[in-house]
Ligand binder design. Structure first.
Ligand SMILES: [Ca+2]
Ligand SMILES: [Ca+2]
Ligand SMILES: [Ca+2]
Length: 483
């Protein structure tokens, strides 16, 4: 067909008819059109012959689409055409104001694009949530804004704030050069972020290759993680990172001293490698030296360090590839801390196993459990989160419940006493999102309106309210305002 089009473009109608007639059936579409034109009696009318006729409403002398006059010589949407041979001009739709008030219009050839203003989302650019994800490392904190930029605050000794320096920041500052961010996860001193284009950026300490950029060089601003595409979620352990693909595969990089990369080895990796024997994964979470994955069938899988029984397989044997957690069905969410693991089940109960030194399993004891036990006194739970040695649950009524270690006020109850069973955090409005991190000794809660609350350890300013006190035992608001 390409050669037929080329002929139609180059040759006059009379000559074209002769050539095509001799060439037989190779150019069926063109031959048909010629016959039609011939039967009209007014000479041969062919699309591309620069003459408007034979049912054409334009003829720009070619049979290409996308220039205003189509391959079948009809006027294309987004253009005005006139003359013979036809000249077509793009319509500047933006002059008509077709986009919402919260968008900017950009004219394009044959069309136009509405781009939502920062903080506005969706096809009609409605006001989006101010903050969509939040995470805490050991001394630092991160929040993803609705428009896809990331704010960071707290400790910056390893460049983990991604703002270009190694100076601590007591209030939120923007991560440099990062847009389109959807999800965030923080290790002890590094950060990984999944973007809407399916790629992953990372920054901060890179001692074990946990940034996945092929090096062990610390990065004070975001770098691209190698070899990843179609990523929908990320997780970070102390010194390793995980990414989940849309197809349900898990990739890992960084420290592997405890088999936490799940590749069957204990070799650190500076670039992502696929976790073995694991498919159809829907959700991942990392503890400090272990990981959890929920498969689409609701089963829970774990690998890495098992020092505290945190893999839930009934043993304390390190596993360099995933093993199934015993007795978990209907899993819908996972979270992990230093050495403990949590699963939310579809019946809205929470189950926990592993390290229990501070009561972080919520079973009323401080006894280590190598298989899941139910967290006491909790029902109707819709989200869970875990810190270093503490645990959090959000109930459907918007109330937040915490248990475990409280040395830094991370339970938010005004005290520094640990709890082996959940208690409600007072003084909060209805909460929508909760977060901490496997190295975090501080906690976060977000409302549907985008208000953010933080409490717990503040030795490096990770609470973000500008104060330098060592801990905040009740929720305060970081200095992070919506647009
Ligand atoms: Ca024509
Ligand atoms: Ca054309
Ligand atoms: Ca246009």
């Amino acid at each position: 067909m390409t050669s037929c089009k080329a002929l139609a473009t180059l040759l006059s109608g009379a000559l074209l008819a002769g050539v095509l007639g001799a060439s037989g059936g190779g150019c069926a579409r063109a031959a048909g059109a010629i016959g039609e034109g011939g039967s009209g009696g007014e000479g041969d009318q062919e699309c591309g012959d620069r003459i408007v006729g034979g049912g054409e409403d334009c003829d720009d002398g070619n049979t290409a689409d996308g220039d205003g006059c189509s391959a079948t010589c009809s006027t294309e949407q987004g253009f005005t055409c006139s003359g013979e041979p036809t000249k077509c001009e793009d319509i500047d739709e933006c002059a008509e104001g077709p986009c919402s008030a919260n968008a900017t219009c950009t004219n394009t050839e044959g069309s136009f694009v509405c781009v939502c203003a920062p903080g506005y989302t969706g096809p009609t650019c409605e006001k989006g949530p101010c903050l969509v994800d939040v995470a805490g490392g050991r001394g630092h904190s991160l929040a993803v804004r609705g428009e896809g930029t990331v704010m960071s605050w707290g400790s910056n000794a390893s460049g983990q704030l991604g703002e270009g320096s190694t100076d601590n920041q007591p209030t939120p500052v923007p991560v440099k050069g990062l847009t389109g961010a959807l999800r965030i996860a923080a290790g002890r001193v590094h950060v990984v972020s999944a973007r809407s284009d399916g790629t992953v950026r990372a920054w901060g300490s890179n001692l074990y290759g946990q940034l996945g950029d092929g090096s062990t060089t610390q990065r004070n601003t975001p770098v691209l993680v190698q070899n990843l595409a179609d990523i929908i979620s990320v997780a970070a352990g102390s010194y390793h990172s995980l990414a989940l693909t849309k197809a349900g595969a898990v990739w890992a990089w960084g420290q592997n001293t405890n088999g936490q990369l799940g590749d069957g080895s204990v070799n650190n990796r500076t670039a992502p490698i696929q976790v073995q024997n694991l498919s159809n994964v829907a959700i991942v979470a990392s503890g400090q030296l272990h990981n959890l994955a929920l498969r689409a069938d609701g089963s829970a899988w774990a690998w890495g360090s098992n020092l505290y029984g945190q893999l839930g397989d009934g043993t304390t044997m390190q596993r360099n590839t995933p093993v199934e957690v015993q007795g978990i069905t209907g899993g819908v969410a996972v979270a992990a801390g230093q050495g403990h693991s949590l699963v939310l089940r579809s019946d809205k109960t929470v189950w926990a196993w592993g390290q229990n030194t501070s009561g972080q399993l919520g079973d009323g004891t401080t006894t280590q459990r190598n298989t899941p036990v139910e967290v006491q006194g909790l029902s109707d739970v819709v989200a869970i989160a875990a810190g270093d040695l503490h645990s959090m649950a959000l109930r459907s009524d918007g109330t937040l419940w915490t248990w475990g270690d409280n040395q830094n006020g991370q339970l938010g109850d005004g005290s520094t006493s640990p709890r082996a069973t959940p208690a409600q955090v007072a003084g909060l409005p209805a909460i929508k999102i909760i977060a901490a991190g496997p190295d975090a000794q501080h906690s976060f809660a977000l409302t549907a309106d985008g208000l953010i609350y933080a409490w717990g350890r503040n030795d490096a300013g990770q609470i973000g309210d500008g104060t330098a006190v060592l801990l905040k035992a009740t929720p305060v608001q970081p200095q992070l305002t919506c647009n």
